[in-house]
Design a protein around this ligand. Structure first.
Ligand code: AKB
Length: 363
């Protein structure tokens, strides 16, 4: 109760201006950092995409099950409902979002809703709505309610004019996809709100993220699909050339980078937008590592329109600023990644499907 009062005192005081900005920031930071013993209340949008469920799991392990609310416009399955709070949230409905923030007393917003690079090219008007209008809504909301907000950006925020090996934190950004254009816009508007209004905007540029949960609609998806296909059939047809080098990261590293970045004290951050990565590899190199687990693996290559996107993206990502400023360190290299992915896809997908098939054959 005391803490609740203090939070609203902080928020009210900001608007009536009876505390100095420094004192206000100190009180607000204490609440956010949980140093008053109150964990932040967190809303995750786009929660049923590639990162949401695992992100909720990680944040719930840190801040408690009921303090992390997963949201999306999709009907969840029973397992998701049982794992913790899940609500409907449409990021294009500003009033609806306001109500959620107020009703649930949200402190942090993790904004995952977005159409990925390949699917964005198939439906540009929808990508503009979700990836640009959606960001306007959540940034404005975060400003109004003084939330700490995380918006992921991507290697896709760079383009053919950017240096590709390595790609530094600050360089030319002229992406050729609507996904990339929207991400540059998100980075810039977030930084603008930080400078103009003091919004606690935080943004990491992720590389291709590899998880056993399928992504959907990205250019880096091959690096997930190959595990599912190869372990089931011993074959895979890749839509990128064998020598297409892209930065990548295992999901556990990705989500840990997000958590550590969200927890980093503001004064430690020299920027609001950082590159993060763990490794870079080509389809050929990944197939070679995977062939140790699938000895007769047969990979063929049929590049499609995604090749052009990949050719405009970084090959090697320079994340030295994240390593310097808030001590980012990856844990998984290519060997570790392949080892974990093989086990995960085998145990949680293939063995489960085989078990279900056996059970239904018995009926
Ligand atoms: C995509 O391929 O679109 C994403 C990304 C790298 O942002 N995985």
């Amino acid at each position: 109760m005391f803490r609740k009062c203090l939070t609203s005192l902080v928020q009210n005081t900001v608007s009536v201006g009876t505390l100095t900005p420094k004192a206000t920031e100190f009180l607000r930071r204490s609440v956010h950092n949980g140093s008053l013993g109150r964990p932040p209340k967190i809303l995750i949008t786009g929660g049923l995409g590639q990162l949401g469920i695992e992100c909720a799991k990680l944040l719930r392990s840190q801040y408690g099950k009921n303090n992390v609310i997963l949201s999306d416009i999709i009907k969840p399955n029973d397992a998701i409902c049982e794992s913790g709070p899940y609500i409907f949230a449409d990021i294009l409905d500003f009033k609806g979002l306001q109500k959620i923030i107020v009703d649930h007393q949200v402190d942090w917003l993790i904004h995952f809703s977005a159409l990925l690079s390949a699917v964005g090219e198939q439906n540009v008007p929808l990508a503009v709505k979700v990836n640009i209008e959606g960001v306007h809504n959540v940034i404005e909301l975060a400003k109004q309610y003084k939330l700490r907000i995380f918006v992921p950006s991507t290697i896709g925020a760079f383009g053919p004019d950017s240096p590709r090996n390595p790609t530094p934190n600050v360089t030319i950004q002229r992406p050729h996809t609507i996904y990339g254009v929207a991400k540059v816009h998100a980075e810039l508007i977030g930084e603008y709100y930080y400078h103009k209004f003091g919004l606690d905007f935080r943004c990491l540029r992720f590389p291709g993220v590899i998880s056993s949960d399928p992504p959907g609609g990205g250019t880096t998806d091959y690096a997930v699909a190959i595990f599912h296909e190869a372990l089931r059939t011993g074959k895979y047809t890749c839509y990128l050339r064998p020598d297409t080098r892209l930065p990548m990261m295992y999901i556990e590293d990705c989500l840990r980078s997000l958590l550590e970045f969200m927890r980093a004290p503001s004064e430690q951050l020299k920027r609001r937008v950082y590159n993060v990565t763990a490794m870079s590899f080509t389809p050929e190199e990944l197939a070679y590592k995977l062939s140790k687990y699938v000895p007769n693996l047969h990979v063929t290559y049929q590049p499609d329109s995604r090749q052009q996107i990949a050719d405009s993206w970084p090959e090697v990502f320079d994340d030295s600023e994240a390593r310097r400023d808030w001590n980012w360190q990856h844990k998984y290299d290519l060997d570790g990644l392949v080892d974990y992915m093989v086990k995960d896809v085998q145990e949680n997908y293939i063995n489960v499907e085989n078990g279900q098939r056996r059970a239904s054959a018995k009926i």
